[in-house]
Design a binder for this molecule. Structure first.
Ligand SMILES: NC(=O)c1ccc[n+]([C@@H]2O[C@H](COP(=O)([O-])OP(=O)(O)OC[C@H]3O[C@@H](n4cnc5c(N)ncnc54)[C@H](OP(=O)(O)O)[C@@H]3O)[C@@H](O)[C@H]2O)c1
Length: 367
């Protein structure tokens, strides 16, 4: 029998956590067991908890009572298999719980990927993205070399790429300035970098951040103007602006809309890194804030460019941005339940600077 270790989070109070160790149930015909040896941990995972009920992230790996298993992007080895097309020893990349092990039910098995077709997943959103597992040994060797980047940076930088593409696809909605909330986040600075480095984008890139992350953003050189929270009045209200919001801070959104008025021509809610500062925003001047859902833009491009093409472009963009940013970033490895639990609390309490990337594992030893 396989023992597992998981970190559970209470759905109504993310600071209440519980380390659970137990024996995995025996798998049934068609199922596999994976040992998850690494996953990335960032503000995005806090957002998965914040949106756990609204979008359904809690339902991917259900937990009893009011507990939830926060989802993460990671790599795993297949350690048991009752699925004849997926063998022990295969390496996977995909959407896992904060756990040492998980049970998957592969279906729609292709050469380099499969879907988890477990019945509880059929109605979940974005299944083409979240239920898709890459069989990485069948991918180009170059991609296999970037496993850590893939766990920690790809889901975020790829979103940065999708946001960039969304803006370019819409001629930046006529904006002459693009304001990025929480620009020190990996999603935020990747969007800023792509816009800033594209000579065909004439809009000014303005990054909003906190004093402690300003040095990091300056070093990245991805913004034309850096604005510290509280100094939004330094943004020119006379120019049309698009607000791409990774912070999810309701008061900040109100301040920006009130400052720009009808010149706020686009307002996209992408994330909630300031997860405790959300709330109702009421009627605001300018464009109505709309929830940005990356899978929708990916689906549009899959139709226009062919399936997988956008993902490939996003991967190439990730590698370029990661290469550019790496000398300004530190990767911190956290191993074991206590350390991962501590890092989860640090993320909640804004104690992880933008320049740090956390790679985690709950597996006691590699399998
Ligand atoms: N909709 C989508 O498809 C999608 C996809 C990817 C990411 N996102 C969202 O984008 C946001 C950024 O994600 P990420 O993983 O790139 O973040 P990250 O790199 O971990 O972001 C770190 C930055 O977020 C801010 N921050 C982090 N924790 C905080 C806290 N507890 N309180 C206040 N500020 C905090 C700080 O930035 P500042 O000081 O600069 O504010 C910090 O430097 C998340 O909300 C994520 O969900 C959305």
């Amino acid at each position: 029998m396989t023992s597992y270790t998981e970190l559970w989070v209470e759905k109504s109070d993310f600071r209440k956590t519980r380390v659970v160790t137990d024996q995995l149930r025996a798998i049934e015909e068609g199922e596999i067991v994976v040992a998850i040896d690494k996953f990335g941990l960032t503000a995005n995972n806090v957002t998965y908890a914040v949106m756990g009920d609204a979008i359904g992230y809690w339902k991917f790996y259900p937990a009893p009572d009011n507990w939830g298993k926060v989802t993460v992007w990671g790599c795993a080895n297949v350690v048991e298999s009752r699925c004849e097309d997926v063998e022990i020893g295969e390496r996977l990349y995909g959407f896992f719980p904060m756990s040492s092990h998980a049970i998957l039910q592969p279906g729609k098995i292709r050469n380099d990927n499969f879907r988890d077709i477990a019945p509880h997943r059929t109605e979940l959103p974005g299944s083409a993205l979240y239920s898709n597992y890459r069989r990485t040994q069948r991918e180009p060797e170059l991609v296999q070399q970037f496993e850590n980047e893939r766990c920690l940076l790809f889901p975020l930088m790829a979103t940065g790429y999708v946001l960039y593409d969304y803006l370019v696809d819409n001629d930046c909605f006529g904006a002459k300035q693009i304001i990025i909330g929480s620009v020190s986040s990996k999603t935020g600075f990747s969007l800023a970098t792509l816009l800033h480095d594209d000579p065909s984008v004439s809009a000014k890139v303005i990054g909003l951040t906190s004093p402690g992350n300003t040095g990091f953003v300056e070093a990245l050189g991805c913004c034309d103007q850096i604005v510290i929270y509280g100094h939004e009045s330094s943004i020119d209200p006379g120019l049309p602006a698009a607000y791409i919001d990774m912070a999810g801070d309701a008061k900040l959104t109100q301040t920006l809309h009130n400052h720009l008025g009808d010149n706020m021509v686009e307002s996209a809610m992408v994330g909630a890194s300031h997860w405790e500062d959300g709330g109702p925003m009421g009627e605001l001047p300018g464009a109505k804030p709309n929830l940005f859902f990356a899978p929708a833009q990916i689906a549009k491009r899959d139709k226009e460019w062919g399936p997988g093409e956008m993902s490939m472009k996003a991967m190439q963009a990730t590698m370029k941005i990661a290469e550019k940013a790496k000398s300004h970033m530190q990767i911190e490895w956290v191993l074991g339940a206590e350390a991962v639990e501590h890092s989860w609390h640090n993320l909640l309490d804004n104690k992880v600077p933008g320049s740090t990337g956390i790679m985690a594992s709950l597996l006691s030893q590699p399998e």
